[in-house]
Design a protein around this ligand. Structure first.
Ligand SMILES: [Mg+2]
Length: 457
């Protein structure tokens, strides 16, 4: 795993110390000896993780952290605060300032690598989501990224897999009031429970009498539903080797026994906060992609989606020597409807038309709003004869039953003209197919409207 780490400390010897250790693990290292330089580096360069000393003259680590976290351009960069030994109040202050994690001086090698690797992995995921979000021009993304998640904290649902009663009872007591905790004493049952319940974090004890806890970690990582579920390992002193293996398998964090309550709640909170952030980011990306290809008014696909998929459907039909037909429908005298009933009335008609259209096509058909009052349906595996029949059914269903407009119960008669074309054997193109459908539509209009015209194949 390669990543760029920024080390910030006012004492050059401390910077060197961390730099050497990170270089030994093949990380790329940037350095800064004061807050303003650190902020500038984050703004300019591609920094994946910041290791930030708390005690610095002029601008201390808390202030640097606050500034980085309040700027949308840098707020997604994970920050590890490096505090003096056993300054519990510093840790709490650091988390309040938005730090993602903390380490105590002197920095233990295993802890350093665990935190850094876990954060790099998280950053990679976040970067990908951010990239996808900006590719689809999500205007809500900056707002989402700068949101303070602490404000909307709800009790997280957490699973503890631990077979020792004395241990899980102690943890239960420690997390009372800060987590909704379930216990699984059997690791196999625990795995299924984790897969079937929407937990936000799973904690796994390493102390099983007859089971390898790392097997559980690797199983959770390989299952789609638990791939992004944070895992915290609760380890015994002297289990460093096992932790390193766990880290390679993708555990997110660990605690050494005896477990300190404050550290437990802080680490859990950090994992939950990250998970919620990424979940929101992922949901936002999905929603944005859907919005980008959906017509907001009717819920049908939009023209952009049609443009990107018609060629694929066309190529597939030609390659498989299967028929493919297209219909273009246009509501008759739609301008008059808008004039008489306003745009809201027009929108009512478009929505209802889309509903009837959708009802009459199959799941594999691609129905989209082409623009204005024009709709296109692409019908794979459908020859011209069948397509014309489908078009006629739609035309009839539109003309038969009047459309409701407004909330007063008023109804109006609506009719539609339809042009149908099919892929020709031999040489044909998407442009030719669409042009013939358009021509057919024109004939339907000029022939008196409320009719279907099909271009014979
Ligand atoms: Mg210092």
């Amino acid at each position: 795993m390669t990543a760029r780490i920024l080390v910030v400390d006012d004492i050059p010897a401390n910077v060197r110390l961390l730099e050497v250790r990170l270089l030994a693990e093949y990380f790329e290292v940037l350095t800064a000896t004061n807050g303003p330089d650190a902020i500038e580096t984050c703004e300019n360069g591609k920094v994946d993780v910041v290791l930030l000393d708390v005690m610095m003259p002029d601008m201390d680590g808390f202030e640097v952290c606050r500034r980085l976290k309040s700027d949308p351009a840098t707020s997604h960069i994970p920050i590890v605060m490096i505090t003096a030994l056993d300054q519990v109040s510093d840790r709490v202050r650091g988390l309040d300032a938005g730090a993602d994690d903390f380490l105590t001086k002197p920095v233990n090698d295993l802890q350093l690598m665990t935190r850094v690797k876990s954060l790099v992995r998280l950053k990679t995921l976040t970067d990908e989501l951010r990239l996808r979000a900006s590719t689809t021009r999500n205007i809500g993304i900056e707002e989402l990224l700068s949101r303070n998640f602490a404000a909307e904290d709800t009790m997280p649902k957490v699973l503890l897999i631990d077979e020792r009663q004395s241990s899980f009872e102690r943890i239960q007591k420690m997390l009372r009031g800060s987590a909704d905790l379930d216990i699984a004493t059997d690791p196999h049952a625990g795995f299924f429970q984790a897969a079937e319940t929407p937990y936000e974090c799973v904690m796994i004890s390493t102390a099983f009498s007859d089971f390898d806890p790392l097997r559980l970690c690797s199983q959770l990582r390989s299952l789609d539903r638990t791939r992004f579920l944070p895992i915290i390992l609760l380890a015994e002193q002297g289990e460093e080797g096992r932790l390193v293996r766990g880290l390679e398998l993708g555990i997110n964090d660990y605690l050494m026994r005896p477990i300190d309550q404050q550290e437990l709640t802080a680490r859990l909170r950090t994992q939950i906060r990250r998970k919620r952030y990424n979940d929101q980011l992922r949901a936002s990306v999905t929603q944005t992609i859907e919005m980008a290809v959906t017509d907001g008014l009717t819920g049908l696909h939009n023209r952009r989606y049609l443009d990107s998929h018609l060629q694929t459907l066309f190529d597939r039909a030609v390659a498989r020597r299967r028929p493919l037909s297209v219909m273009i429908t246009d509501l008759d005298r739609f301008k008059a409807i808008n004039d008489a009933h306003g745009h809201d009335g027009g929108d009512d008609v478009l929505r209802e038309f889309a509903r009837r259209l959708r009802k009459n096509v199959r799941g594999i058909d691609l129905a989209c709003r082409f623009g204005g009052e024009e709709f296109v349906v692409v019908m794979p595996d459908t020859d011209g004869v069948v397509a014309e029949r489908v078009a006629e059914r739609i035309r009839a269903e539109i003309a038969q039953l009047p459309f409701a407009v407004g909330s007063e119960g008023e109804t109006i008669e609506v009719t539609v003209s339809v042009g149908v074309s099919s892929v020709l054997k031999g040489v044909d193109t998407v442009a030719g197919l669409m042009k013939r459908a358009d021509l057919a539509l024109y004939e339907a209009k000029s022939g008196g409207r409320n009719r279907v015209v099909a271009k014979a194949a």
